[in-house]
Design a binder for this molecule. Structure first.
Ligand code: GLU
Length: 438
């Protein structure tokens, strides 16, 4: 069975960058009729909070990315300890004592000498006495001993990859203070939960190489890996600095529709066009991981606006029922009102503006040169209640009386009734006007 996971750390709000990872893993699982796990990577007790964990769930629910179960790393520390013991027994784990400053110095020296900044394994050369002396002085951290061979896999997006393990530092899996780092926890979870496919950002490619060796050392089976490119801003600039403003909850607050967002993420950066989908089923059917490319993918929040307007316009009056009732739209006119409003709003929130116009009327907008014309027109307004023919009846009468036609006839009348130059088809709007201020 296909099993995927989305593994955010509950140390912040979800943003468009990690949404992409969530969408891919969700769609892969659903397409295969498999399982999608929400995994909370909360091994850092200082930065992880319940509030962020709750917010992550809330955002995913809003998007319709439902998970089959939640796993929490902080409840699995015994398992990670056991895995650490296993690696020790197998001679693949060693304690090192360099401080961050010492490591930094080593890296700088290597770079000065034109060498790659790979950890030199000096901890392995320590005598027992030296090790004991260091241990008495400071906490050691634990590194996984990579086998120096080429690590190869066929990436679901990047194709055949090969990384020389000798060019990578032995990864630290346990910090000096005993905290398990993401790598060991992630590997144990991927093994135990039977993860078959891992899609994540291309910033994880080197991690993947080391994780493949750790999985093998622990006797697990290696999942299929795919690494999607990272999103950039519209000009190709790094998005990382702006992610704070691209949190999913901010987009929701701005009125972006979940379907617009998910439809975009399921296609952005692929060779297939971005199209608004009306359901998750449609998205699942149309998803194709191999259509994605390795190049950085430009993301422009502006592109979500037309998709959102389209998504709102595609909502039925039943979808909007509660929202319209809350606004106070009487149920008998709700279908006709929604028919008019949906074509004239960028977001759901804007519907309120149209209802206010229908309920209260608008301050007439009358140009000086139209004052007399509008006064004549006012006298010719048909008796209410208005229906679909009222606009036609009125404009014909005004035309007859004033001799005006075309734009010169219609525009001042629209402005007089709605206070605006643009808007819905007047013959549809007029029956909805409960009041006019003309
Ligand atoms: N918590 C990790 C992250 O957000 C998960 C990476 C992974 O998918 O393995 O980067």
């Amino acid at each position: 069975m296909t099993v995927t996971r989305f593994a955010p750390s509950p140390t912040g709000f979800l943003h468009v960058g990690n949404l992409r990872t969530a969408v891919f893993n969700y769609l892969i699982a659903r397409q295969a009729g498999g399982e999608f796990i929400l995994r909370l990577d909360d091994t850092d007790p200082e930065r992880s909070t319940q509030a962020y964990a709750d917010a992550i769930k809330e955002d995913l629910e809003w998007l319709g990315l439902t998970w089959d179960r939640v796993e929490t790393q902080s409840t699995r520390l015994d398992r990670y300890n056991a895995a650490a013991d296993e690696l020790r027994e197998k001679g693949r784990f060693y304690e090192a004592f360099e401080t961050p400053v010492e490591l930094d110095l080593k890296r700088k020296k290597q770079l000065n000498m034109g060498k790659p900044p790979v950890y030199d394994r000096s901890a392995l050369a320590l005598s027992d006495d030296e090790r004991a002396a260091l241990k008495a002085e400071r906490d050691g951290h634990w590194r996984f001993k990579l086998d120096h061979e080429r690590i190869e896999w066929t990436d679901g997006i990047l194709g055949d990859l090969s990384i020389d393990a000798a060019s990578v530092s032995d990864p630290v899996l346990i910090r000096g203070d005993g905290q398990f780092l993401y790598t060991l926890a992630s590997v144990c979870d991927d093994i135990d939960f039977g993860i078959t496919h891992v899609v994540r950002g291309s910033d994880h490619v080197t991690n993947t190489a080391t994780q493949i060796q750790i999985i093998e050392a622990l006797g697990g089976s290696v999942p299929s890996f795919a690494h999607h490119s990272l999103l950039t801003g519209p000009q190709g600039e790094a998005l990382s600095k702006r992610l704070g403003t691209l949190a999913l909850r901010d987009l929701r607050e701005a009125g972006i529709e979940p379907m617009a967002l998910v439809s975009m993420m399921a296609r952005l950066g692929s060779s297939e066009p971005i199209e608004l989908r009306s359901s998750m089923e449609e998205l699942v059917d149309g998803f194709n991981l191999s259509a994605f490319g390795a190049a950085p993918t430009k993301f422009d929040v502006e592109d979500l606006k037309p998709l959102t307007a389209k998504a709102v316009a595609s909502l039925s009056v039943a979808d909007m029922g509660e929202a319209l009732a809350e606004l106070g739209v009487p149920s008998e006119i709700a279908p006709a009102f929604w028919d008019v409003a949906k074509e004239n709003v960028a977001t759901r929130a804007e519907v309120a503006k149209w209802w206010a116009l229908c309920r209260d009327g608008a301050e007439p907008l009358i140009a000086e040169e139209d004052a007399e014309f509008v006064a004549t027109a006012k006298g010719l307004l048909p008796e209410g209640p208005w229906d679909g023919d009222s606009w036609g009846t009125w404009t014909s009468a005004v035309k007859e009386a004033t001799g005006r036609k075309g734009r010169g006839l219609f525009m001042p009348l629209r402005k007089a009734l709605t206070g605006m130059e643009h808007g819905p088809d007047m013959s549809k709007l007029m029956p909805l006007l409960q009041n006019v201020k003309l």
